[in-house]
Design a protein around this ligand. Structure first.
Ligand SMILES: [Cu+2]
Length: 181
């Protein structure tokens, strides 16, 4: 039964092919919540924000963050452009719903806030009416399997097909026509 042996080998290969990636996936460090080191999302208040009324005053003005990944946001006042009186303007980052606000930031100052609830947070500068931005907060990301489901299904289907083929061959072999000499 040569074909039977080959079929069994195929089944073993299919099981190994399924099991090995599954084990790699299960034990890969990026699937452990502890292995993720949260990143700080940086937003700059760029030079000229206090003067250029066509600018939104925050860069980037729109950010998307994910809880547990990069949901701590730091604003940095980099606005070094002096006003008519020779002063660099101060700024704030203030939620439209007042859920958070910085103090008045001078150049070089930073304000850090951690978002712990999904939602859309519009914010603005209390000093410059044209300055506004938005932080979109998403829930915890679910890890994407390295071996997608269709691939796993294909491996299992190959194994099942090989086993079925093997059984069919075994069952039908007694009535197979014998080749004429
Ligand atoms: Cu401002």
């Amino acid at each position: 039964m040569k074909s039977g042996r080959i079929s069994i080998l195929l089944v073993v290969a299919a099981v190994a092919g399924l099991g090995f990636p599954a084990a790699v996936f299960a034990f890969s460090p990026q699937n452990s919540a502890l292995a993720i080191s949260p990143q700080v999302t940086m937003i700059s208040i760029p030079s000229g924000s206090g003067i250029t009324q066509s600018s939104q005053g925050y860069s980037p003005a729109s950010v998307v963050v994910v809880i547990g990944v990069n949901n701590t946001v730091t604003w940095t006042d980099n606005d070094n452009q002096m006003d008519a009186n020779g002063y660099t303007p101060n700024h704030t980052a203030t939620a439209n719903d007042n859920s958070f606000t910085s103090v008045s930031l001078s150049i070089g100052d930073q304000f850090t806030y951690t978002f712990n609830s999904p939602g859309t947070y519009m914010y603005h500068c209390k000093i410059h009416s044209w300055m506004n931005g938005v932080v979109i907060v998403k829930g915890t990301a679910t890890p994407t399997p390295e071996f997608p489901l269709p691939f796993v299904v294909l491996i299992v289907a190959l194994g099942v097909a090989a086993a079925a083929f093997s059984l069919a061959r075994r069952g039908s072999s007694p009535i197979l026509p014998t080749s004429a000499p």
